[in-house]
Design a protein around this ligand. Structure first.
Ligand SMILES: O=C[C@H](O)[C@H](O)[C@H](O)COP(=O)(O)O
Length: 228
């Protein structure tokens, strides 16, 4: 599939999600190339009369796009609860568990997602897998202990590498580093998530387990909506 075809699929999934947004809700808006299309559709729905109570988002990129469309964007700490969050994903398995963080926005994405009553992911069919695999697992780590955490991961056979940009370690929104773990497939995602949740120096990781309620998958032969 070439990029133009893939973008058409992303756009189609994003439109279905935008049509599900109801008036008066607090909406969470995720990050990534698929969500970019969702924000465009959201702008169109607003022009047609959609009125939201509040919007929060998970990255400065999405925030800028929303603000360019004249949406007012609040911080997560300014809302009681998010009603619905629409986000992309890097991989989604048969249980609707996923890997996220390809765009390094995982920490805020997970914070918004777990504080959202409903989470919808929008993906093209290339993201679907039976078992989580085919994408390095992003882990956000504190710079102060990043080397020690990396060595610990190496000793566990998790094959960590710092994510680099322009020859330097990528810094997240919160000033942390990303270690991408090369493990595919991930044999027991729950076990790995538990290990990472209890590793000092890990800020957050890209295993999103038991979080997604519904995935809208755009396939070349049509849209599939999969519910948990
Ligand atoms: O950190 C980035 C996010 O987890 C994105 O939602 C994810 O990488 C999917 O992005 P895209 O829609 O560009 O594939």
């Amino acid at each position: 599939m070439d990029k133009t075809e893939q973008d058409e699929l992303k756009k189609a999934a994003a439109k279905i999600a935008a049509d599900k947004v109801e008036n008066g809700i607090v909406l969470g808006v995720g990050t990534g190339s698929t969500v970019k299309f969702f924000i465009d559709w959201l702008g169109q729905r607003r022009n047609e009369g959609l009125k939201l109570k509040q919007i929060v988002t998970t990255s400065s990129r999405s925030k800028k796009q929303l603000e360019d469309l004249s949406f007012k964007v609040d911080e997560l700490c300014d809302v009681d609860q998010v009603d619905l969050t629409v986000d992309g994903a890097d991989r989604v398995d048969d249980n609707l568990d996923g890997i996220k963080g390809g765009g390094a926005a995982l920490t805020l994405e997970k914070n918004v997602a777990v504080n959202s009553k409903k989470n919808i992911w929008i993906v093209d069919e290339s993201k679907l897998v039976h078992h989580l695999s085919g994408f390095k697992l992003p882990v956000e780590v504190l710079p102060i202990s990043a080397m020690q955490v990396k060595r610990r991961f190496e000793s566990q056979g998790l094959n960590p590498e710092f994510r680099m940009v322009d020859g330097k370690r990528l810094k997240t929104h919160y000033g942390n580093y990303i270690l991408d773990l090369d493990i595919s497939p991930i044999p027991v995602p729950e076990g790995l998530a538990d290990y990472l949740d209890h590793t000092v120096g890990v800020v957050e990781h890209g295993l999103f387990l038991n979080i997604c309620d519904e995935v809208i998958v755009a396939k070349s032969d049509g849209i599939e909506e999969i519910k948990r």
